[in-house]
Design a protein around this ligand. Structure first.
Ligand code: ATP
Length: 312
């Protein structure tokens, strides 16, 4: 568990972070979101002591971070950033294995770990292990960056706009990968972004920051449903909020399991989002969809009225 208790950071007289309190339970994915300069990166970097906090307390598993040796702390905490920070003259495999080597793991164990992580991140070992960072696409380099952050199996992973520089399609697939990986490894992840759609998709818990302060925090659905002020409402999409909420809702949670009278022209699966369902209804000009399982067997019906009921 990570706890921030009345934490501030001053640069000169200016407070970049101004008395924030936040608890991040083990295994949760907490996203810090807000416009440029609001103090997100500073908050993240105080957790691994790349920046020392000026006031308040930061605790990991109940222990103040100042009681840890800085090197030990940083090796316990994975850190992935936007431009990856890979060593340009090292191969992918050497880059990924850097922290385990610093920790003096046996060579064979480091090699096995590197291969395991490359597989986890969808990087073919034979193809990529010997490549250098300049030979990788942006998306591949980001995967290497995340693999490196996970190499020594840290309990905590800090991610600072890790997908910020990518095109929307690569970004979306890496977000899906992160969710898939997190469902297996259950790290405590603190993720920084200025993109509310990314926050809504990834987070268990969203922390909205403005001018160094936390102005709202909660589950994505709560923030969408009850933005605390006009600023948060604008951030979550204003009048576009309905579609954002639909993107967070699974068809399986809304469908009528008994119904079987929908036209077969269009079908969704229980794991598809309600946003996709609405899009298909608009495209096909229907107000009901068939819901099918992966084998194509009918498991229910989704009437448009379910989406409208949800809003009520
Ligand atoms: N080393 C520093 N010296 C002085 N001021 C700093 C320093 N680092 C950050 N700041 C200031 O602290 C404030 C918060 O910066 P921070 O990088 O945490 O914001 P951010 O929300 O991560 O922004 P962005 O999304 O643009 O990265 C900004 O006003 C910034 O100019």
């Amino acid at each position: 568990m990570i706890e921030l208790d009345g934490v501030s950071k001053y640069f000169g007289d200016e407070a970049a972070v101004d008395g924030i309190s936040l608890t991040i339970p083990d295994g949760s994915l907490c996203v810090l979101v807000g416009t440029s300069g609001c103090g997100k990166s500073t908050t993240l970097r105080m957790i691994n002591r790349l920046i020392e906090h000026s006031a308040g307390e930061i605790r990991i598993d109940g222990h103040q971070i100042r009681s840890f040796n800085e090197e030990t702390l940083r090796r316990r905490i994975g850190y992935a950033i936007q431009n990856t920070g890979l060593f340009p003259h090292w191969t992918v495999a050497r880059n990924i294995g850097v922290v385990p080597r610093l920790l003096k793991w046996e060579k064979a164990i480091v090699e096995r770990r590197v291969e395991e992580l490359m597989t986890l991140l969808g990087l073919d070992v034979d193809e990529f292990a010997g490549k250098y960072p300049h030979q990788l696409s942006g998306g591949q380099a980001q995967r290497v960056g995340v693999a490196r952050a996970l190499a020594a199996d840290p309990g905590i992973l800090l991610m600072d706009e890790p997908f910020g520089a990518l095109d929307p399609i690569t970004r979306s697939s890496l977000q899906a990968e992160l969710l898939r990986i997190q469902s297996h490894i259950r790290k405590t992840i603190v993720f920084v972004t200025h993109d509310m759609d990314e926050a809504l998709r990834l987070a268990d818990h969203i922390v909205v920051m403005r001018a160094g302060r936390i102005i709202q925090q909660g589950a994505p659905a709560d923030i969408l449903a009850h933005p605390t002020d006009d600023f948060v409402e604008t951030l979550v999409g204003g009048r576009d909020r309905g579609l954002k909420r639909a993107a967070l809702t699974r068809v399986g949670d809304m469908m009528d399991p008994a119904g079987d009278d929908a036209p077969a022209a269009a079908a969704v699966t229980p794991d598809d989002s309600m946003r996709l369902a609405v899009s298909l209804m608009l495209w096909h000009g229907v107000s009901r969809l068939a819901v099918v399982d992966e084998a194509g067997q009918r498991v229910g019906t989704l009437p448009l009225s379910r989406l409208v009921d949800q809003a009520g």
